[in-house]
Structures are given as C-alpha cells and as structure tokens.
Design a protein around this ligand. Structure first.
Ligand code: SF4
Length: 455
C-alpha cells in the first residue's frame, strides 16, 4: 500500500532543482527589444546569446534579434575589449540600428570587463548610441536583468530639460505585447498621454506583412527615453521589478511615482485606473465600467466552480502576485505561491494578500524557490489546479493536475503573448481559462451515477 503520510520538505541553500527563473541577460535582452531600432548585444560567449535568444523566440514565436561579442578562450584570459569593439562596429555596419544595448554575461562579469570604459573609447558612427548594463547571472534572475537594463538606458540616455513633456511615464514591467496594448488602451480611455518604457508591442508581436523588417515599428524611441526625466509623473506597474527603476527616475530627475501591483485582477486594475484618474481628473468612461461589470458578473457566475479550489501558482514575482490576487477574488485558495526570483518583497506582498482574505493559515508563499520544492509540497497535499509557465508541465502530468499556462515562458502553446492577462479584459480571459480547466476536469471525473435522478 502507498504511504501517503506527508514527508518533511527539507530547506536547500546551495542547490536549485528545476529553477523557476532564468538568467539575467534574458531580461536585459527582452528589455532592449522594447526600444525602437535597438540591437541587444550580449558580451560573452555565443552559447549564452543563443540560449537567451532561443528562450525569447520560443515564448514569443518571433525572432529575438541580438548580437554576441563571441568570447573565445583567449578573450576569457585577455579581456573582451577587442571583441566588443569589433562587434559594435560590425553591428552598426551590417544592421544599422540606432542604438546598441550591451549586457554582460557570467563570463565577462567574472573576468571583470569594464564596459563603461570600453564604450568610452569606441569610435561610434555619427548619431549612433551605445549603452550598457551589468547582468551577472549568478545573482538574481531575468527580472533583475530587465530592471538593470532599464536603469542602464535611463542612466546613459535620460535628461531633464526643466520643461515638462506633459506625459505620464508608464513602466509596465515584464509583460507580453498583448498586456502592453491593454495598458495603453486603458491609459488612452482615461485620457492620459503616456510614454511606455520599455514597449515590446509591435516588436515581439510584429504583424505579418510579407516583408521581414529587422527593426519593426514598435518600441520606445530614444527621444522618449531621453525625455523620461521631463515626465510629469510615473506609474510603475509591478512592485518587484520596478521599484529600483522608479526610485532612480525620482532620485535623479525628481519624477514622482506611484508603485502599483501589476494590474492583474479586479482590485489591481482598479488601482491602475484610479492612478490614471488622479492624473487626468477624467471620469472613468462607461465602456471601462461595463468591462469591469462584466468581469464581476463572470466572477459571480463561475464562483460555484472556483470557490475553495486549491491552486499552486508559480512564475515571475509581479505576474504571480497579480494572479494570486485574481484567484483570491475568484474565491480560490492559492495553496502554494512561489517565484524563483530572490526578492523578499514578493513573500511580503503575497502574505499580505493571504491575510486580507484570511487564508494565511492554509496557504504558503516563498521567493527564491524552485519547482522541485513546489512538486514536493504538492505531493504532500495535492492542489486542484496548477497555474504558471510551461516549466510546470511535468508536475501537472506526474500528479494529474489541470494546468493553465500563464507568465513566462510559455513555449508549448500559441497566441498567448498577443492577448492580455492585465486589465478587466485580461482578467476575464484568465478566469475563462481557469474555469474551463476546472470544469473540464470535473466532467472527466464524473460518473454516470452522478447524474442519477432520485425517483
Ligand atoms: S553562462 Fe551565465 S549568462 Fe550565460 S547562459 Fe549561463 S547563466 Fe546565462
């Protein structure tokens, strides 16, 4: 007979099994792809760059362009100055971007390459720019890399002229192009002129026109990044990823900011809408109110299926915080909530949500966790649903748990990146997926006698 007694799950300090994160340069690369006519340049070995491009391309189903300074054994010993200088020249000569965003990798960090001084000595073509950031991958996660690249752009491009540009800067955090479009749509409905930074919509979901453009229409322009210091204010969506970039914009260029959770779910979207309303003084338009009303109606209708259903949620911190909020709004029990990113703010935010819904005794949250640990927890007490990236697929299969894919990366499904999970519309979409997964499982497990009519 199987022994079903819960087993002790030991704490591990120095070992990650099935990580719930990827490396810093992936984040730097994705951030740089959100800048118009920008070519990311990976300063390290070709293998790193190939991996980073592959993981992005498999999620977005789009080519993720990037160059590599192609370290060899010699470069590792004598330093990467010559390689990165040649790579920069070749990229401008061959691909003609407006800007190159260089990020480091483990190897170039370990040998201590000083990118700032290398760039200073470069002979750049007229009007072209090169910026950099440090992304050692033995620290943090791709979320750190994204934030570091944002800070790199601002540090080396942003200015303050003293005249306001009349715009609100929006830092959207790590989201898909569908989410960026939804955030922009809501800002437009609320009559707030914005600068979205970075903005991968139109780049990582470029429309098929029959002609390949290496630099599609989308992306925040260099002018817009320069002008961020003249923004009236900033709404930073995603507390974990955006805390440092938002603080930098305030400290360096005195732009006041509101740091909000990613607008996933009703209350988080309400916070975004209210922040916009505070800026424009505009009334919330009836179309947006109606969207919210439809979401509330859906939450009520589906509650009989979602109520008290146990869900395990994993992935990037801000997306997971948002999904946890949505699941709680749907009456579910977010039994296990983890991220691989080592940020204690994550645990605090999720625990605060547990307390607000009075489920803190039944649920647990952990930052810097991995999927092996999540699997062990699930083996001790099963959940009704798994919610997260493709990397949870094997757990779902092994434990026979319905699985809804969300977050990054989702490599084994199509179309997700062009649709939102943010805003009221995004919440409706996620709730539909969740309810459908739960109902499909109920139907599978029903027996004929469940339908027996008592005479
Ligand atoms: S060596 Fe470092 S930067 Fe390169 S792929 Fe591995 S973790 Fe990422």
């Amino acid at each position: 007979m199987l022994d079903m007694t819960p087993k002790e799950v030991k704490e591990r300090q120095a070992l990650r099994i099935n990580p719930c994160k990827t490396c810093q340069p992936v984040g730097a690369m994705y951030c740089a792809l959100g800048v118009h006519r920008c070519m990311p340049l990976s300063h390290g070995s070709q293998g790193c760059c190939s991996y980073h491009r592959t993981v992005l391309s498999r999620h977005f189903k789009e080519p993720a362009i990037a160059g590599s300074s192609s370290f060899t054994e010699g470069t590792s010993v004598f330093g990467g100055r010559s390689n990165v200088t040649t790579a920069t020249k070749n990229i401008f000569d061959i691909y003609n971007p407006d800007i190159i965003a260089i990020h480091t990798t483990c190897l170039s960090e370990t040998i201590g390459d000083d990118l700032a001084s290398y760039i200073m000595d470069m002979d750049l073509p007229e009007g072209k720019r090169v910026i950099h950031c440090n992304t050692p991958s033995y620290v943090g996660s791709h979320i750190y890399g994204f934030a570091n690249q944002m800070k790199g752009f601002m540090d080396q491009l942003t200015e303050k002229t003293g005249t306001t540009n009349g715009k609100t800067a929006i830092f959207p955090g790590w989201v898909d192009p569908g989410d960026l479009r939804e955030m922009k749509r809501i800002a437009e409905m609320m009559n707030v002129p914005i600068t979205m930074f970075p903005d991968q919509s139109g780049v990582m979901d470029a429309p098929m026109t029959g002609r390949y453009e290496i630099f599609p229409e989308g992306g925040t322009t260099i002018d817009e990044i320069q002008s961020l210091g003249d923004s009236q204010n900033l709404i930073a969506l995603g507390e974990v990823i955006n805390q440092e970039p938002a603080e930098m914009l305030k400290k360096r260029w005195q732009v006041p900011f509101e740091l909000l959770p990613m607008p996933v779910g009703v209350s988080n979207t309400d916070k975004y809408v209210m922040a916009l309303k505070k800026i424009s003084n505009a009334e919330v338009p009836p179309e947006l109110e109606a969207e919210r009303g439809r979401l509330m109606d859906f939450l009520l209708d589906s509650n009989q299926y979602t109520n008290r259903k146990k869900v395990a949620i994993f992935g990037d911190p801000d997306v997971v915080i948002g999904l946890t909020s949505l699941c709680l709004e749907a009456g579910m029990l977010p039994k296990y909530v983890i991220t691989g990113t080592p940020k204690e703010m994550f645990t605090k935010r999720v625990t605060a949500l547990f307390e607000a819904y009075d489920v803190q005794e039944e649920c647990k949250a952990k930052a810097n966790a991995d999927l092996f640990e999540l699997h062990q927890w699930i083996k001790n007490e099963k959940v009704d649903l798994l919610l997260g990236s493709t990397y949870g697929k094997q757990i779902a299969k092994a434990e026979d748990i319905p699985f809804v894919r969300a977050g990054f990366p989702v490599m084994d499904r199509y179309g997700g990146t062009i649709q939102p999970i943010v805003g009221y519309a995004g919440a409706i979409r996620m709730l539909e997926k969740i309810t459908e997964a739960i109902m499909t499982r109920m139907e599978r497990d029903m027996h004929d006698e469940d339908f027996e009519i008592v005479m």
